[in-house]
Design a protein around this ligand. Structure first.
Ligand SMILES: [Zn+2]
Length: 289
């Protein structure tokens, strides 16, 4: 491990050149894959630039954390869950509305049928009461008709009651699910307001971090920034780490003594890489060297 570390830290330049020089594929000096690897071992940057890179890393980590926080607000999951529940209630409310509409039509029809039959009974009774029907056969026929009309009215009134009961039940279901939809809408409005407030607060903090990042990154060498950016993508957002108390603060692993000696002996402008996690390892007064 120490030998590998030594290559990374100090002797990398020679090793890199030797390796790539001897590679039969290395006819084209602009091969994109070879260039960064070579850079990684030879990269130099002023110690001040390396310190600044740590500040940039800190700001980038803060911005990443804020963006993560913004994308994972608890309200977002609650909104999705509530929208699903709301949709189900809304579907049931629509079904209930259709049932209410159908039963209202049915009720109107049965009401109108009752009225029609009652009107006919009324007419027949009036005719009999007024003595307009005198023929015994007609009287008998009319008496039968009145009995039949009574039965029909009773049957229609039973239907009427049954339709009314079904309509009431459908109306109850409609009220219940409409209530659930309203309740969900109120909760959704509250959640969306909370989401928007929290998002706005995070955006404000993000804007501050981004405003600080510009000056912090100013003047950093392009090759150092390119390496840092690439490592950030590969290493979960952390491309540069402080060598602190003999430990890489990127992977938290202790650097062994042999490796520490190599780092200590390396020129201060050589960009050191952690032999465990490959991150840029920046030396500070707290490094314990
Ligand atoms: Zn590390």
């Amino acid at each position: 491990m120490a030998a590998r570390g030594r290559e990374t830290a100090g002797g990398g330049a020679g090793r890199g050149r030797g390796r790539y020089g001897g590679d039969p594929c290395e006819h084209d000096p602009h091969r994109p894959l070879a260039v960064p690897s070579l850079e990684e071992h030879t990269l130099k940057a002023d110690p001040t630039a390396q310190q600044k890179l740590l500040e940039v890393q800190e700001l980038d980590a803060k911005a990443d954390q804020l963006r993560h926080q913004r994308a994972n607000l608890p309200e977002l999951a609650e909104i999705v869950a509530l929208q699903t529940t709301r949709k189900s209630s809304d579907d049931q409310a629509r079904d209930a509305q259709i049932a209410v509409d159908d039963l209202t039509v049915e009720q109107q029809k049965v009401d109108s049928d009752v009225e029609t039959v009652k009107a006919r009974r009324e007419r027949d009774r009036n005719r009999m009461d007024q003595g307009l029907v005198t023929n015994p056969k007609d009287l008998e026929r009319m008496s039968h008709e009145l009995e039949s009309l009574e039965r029909r009215i009773t049957s229609l009134e039973d239907d009427e009651l049954e339709v009314m009961a079904r309509l009431e039940e459908a109306q109850r279901t409609l009220d219940e699910f409409s209530g659930k939809v309203r309740e969900a809408d109120e909760q959704l409005a509250e959640l969306m307001l909370a989401r928007d407030q929290k998002t706005a607060e995070i955006d404000l903090q993000l804007a501050k971090v981004e405003a600080e990042r510009g000056p912090a990154a100013e003047g950093l060498p392009a090759d150092l920034v390119a390496l840092y950016d690439r490592l950030r993508v590969q290493k979960g957002g952390v491309g540069a780490a402080e060598l602190r108390q003999r430990r890489c603060s990127g992977c938290q692993l202790a650097i062994d003594n042999a490796e520490l000696a190599v780092i200590k002996a390396s020129p201060s402008d050589l960009v050191i890489r952690c032999e465990e996690c490959s991150r840029i390892l920046v030396r500070t007064s707290e490094s314990g060297l």
